[in-house]
Write a protein of this length. Structure first.
Length: 192
């Protein structure tokens, strides 16, 4: 019987190694994800910018008398694209001159005046003024893509406002790294 070798319990050890390796991998992945979330929300590394806010990026302007704790919570929500208009001050600015453009198909045209609003500080308005020519071009390009029948309806005008806001924010984001336009308003609107 001494010639017969007894099998060694290797399976337990290899299972233990696999379990340990899997646990380490899960902790590393989870820790990396948690670190990314903290970084994105200005958590532990937020102190580099004085409370998690980059001084080069326009900041939301709180309304007078707004609860500071509510404002800070709302700023965290704004980083995810949701601004609470009850807590922040709007700034309204008309864009100079009218915009006249042919609509899609070339048989109709639109002439409109526009205004914009932002909940962010004056840097957004300064950026709009600095990039006026590029913004005007983006607005005209957006107008030429519009369906003549659609822009005569309330739903079509609402869709046009969203398209114009996205066009303006696109220019600002490409040129300054930050959009900041919350709403576009029609100050005049004529189609023919």
């Amino acid at each position: 019987m001494s010639d017969i070798e007894q099998p060694k319990p290797k399976k337990k050890r290899s299972r233990l190694k696999k379990l340990l390796l899997l646990t380490v991998a899960l902790v590393a992945i989870g820790g990396g994800g948690a670190g990314a979330v903290l970084y994105a929300n200005g958590g532990v590394l937020g102190g580099l910018y004085g409370g998690g806010e980059d001084p080069d990026v326009p900041q939301l302007v709180p309304r007078d008398g707004a609860n500071p704790a509510s404002v800070e919570a709302a700023r965290a929500m704004a980083r995810q694209g949701r601004v609470d208009p009850r807590l922040f001050q709007s700034t309204y600015v008309p864009l100079e001159g009218n915009f006249t453009s042919n609509l899609r198909g070339g048989t109709a045209f639109v002439q409109l005046g526009l205004g914009i609003s932002t909940f962010y500080d004056e840097r957004v308005i300064d950026n709009v003024r600095r990039h006026d020519m590029a913004i005007r071009s983006a607005i005209l390009m957006t107008l030429t893509e519009q369906d003549p029948a659609a822009v005569t309806t309330a739903r079509g005008k609402q869709a046009l406002k969203i398209a114009l806001r996205n066009a303006i924010n696109g220019v600002l984001t490409n040129r300054e790294g930050f959009g900041g336009i919350d709403e576009v308003y029609f100050t005049s609107f004529v189609t023919q």
